[in-house]
Design a protein around this ligand. Structure first.
Ligand SMILES: [Zn+2]
Length: 313
């Protein structure tokens, strides 16, 4: 009897399996919060996924205007991939909730937080709080700006895709290997370009670049914002000007979505170059994917350092 049952179950499984072959499942419908995650998901997913980002790379990822069309995207999504660490807390939770899609709710089968296994910097030592407006209460959420973290994100995304489409596991692993190799080749290029400028001091507008600075040997000595998410104040700007003069900083990096008024006044007061540097794919039109982001930013930096007469080592 037992034998009969298992044989029947096997037969049924075979029939069910035949009725829904893998290629009939359709592409995984993936939505990401940012274009950086979309680029990585496209690389890993290849032709087995469709990927759309909610935020554009030229927008401040902390503050994205919620549109009804985003809810429609989330309604149809099989999988939502987020940066996490509260980067999207100001705009994404209501969209997720209003989508009424059980899969993409926090903790749902189609929800992936890309920050789980990456290296997070600036972890708070005290109480977790957004008091005083600091928008980085769970450590620095701009961690994708270290290509080593990009590889880790890709691995997590590949694993998630494979869980959702077990028949395509080998394909996703191959795609992951191709992406990882492309990043590794980039890392050799980027290290070669940046090593001569190891230890160069910069100021940035927002705390977007600690992972980037750590990886490529820059020293960030100040920020145009007094705290992440808090606009510049006259008093703080004077302190930044003083630090730039004292430490002979030649370059001020500004993300594309910030007003240039204060950075330009700092530049006039100190002679430092103000450089608009995208922290995301899509931040400027030339940056079309994750590898191109580092190629673009590092080329921009090296040219600025040369122009400013920073001594290469
Ligand atoms: Zn931030």
């Amino acid at each position: 009897m037992k034998l009969f049952t298992s044989t029947a179950a096997l037969a049924l499984a075979t029939i069910v399996g035949m009725a829904t072959p893998a290629h009939a499942q359709g592409k995984l419908n993936v939505v990401t919060s940012t274009e950086d995650l979309a680029s990585i998901a496209r690389a890993v997913g290849g032709d087995r996924v469709t990927v759309e980002s909610i935020a554009r790379g030229y927008q401040d990822p902390h503050f994205v205007e919620a549109k009804p069309s985003f809810i429609l995207k989330l309604q149809k999504a099989d999988l939502l991939i987020v940066v996490g660490r509260e980067l999207e807390i100001g705009w994404l939770p209501p969209l997720i909730q209003q989508s009424r899609n059980a899969k993409v709710q926090v903790g749902g089968s189609g929800y992936l937080d890309a920050s789980t296994h990456v290296r997070i910097l600036e972890l708070p030592t005290g109480q977790l709080t957004r008091a005083m407006g600091d928008v980085h209460p769970q450590g620095n959420p701009h961690y994708w700006l270290d290509p080593e973290n990009g590889k880790i994100i890709a691995k997590d995304v590949s694993e998630k895709f494979s869980q959702m489409r077990p028949n395509d596991r080998a394909y996703f692993q191959q795609q992951l290997a191709t992406f990882t190799n492309k990043v590794a080749q980039g890392e050799q290029r980027w290290a070669a370009a940046m090593t001569p400028y190891k230890g160069t001091k910069v100021v940035t507008y927002h705390r977007s670049f600690p992972n980037f600075a750590e990886r490529f040997g820059l020293e960030v000595v100040g920020y145009v914002e007094p705290k992440p998410g808090i606009p510049p104040t006259p008093q703080h700007t004077l302190e930044v000007i003083s630090a730039i003069k004292q430490q002979d900083v030649k370059v001020v990096l500004v993300e594309p979505y910030f007003d240039l008024k204060t950075p330009n006044s700092i530049g006039r007061a100190t002679g430092a170059q103000v450089l608009v540097m995208p922290p995301s794919v899509g931040g400027v039109k030339e940056v079309t994917d994750y590898v191109a982001l580092f190629d673009y930013d590092i080329n921009l930096l090296v040219n600025a350092f040369k122009k400013a007469g920073v001594q290469a080592k």
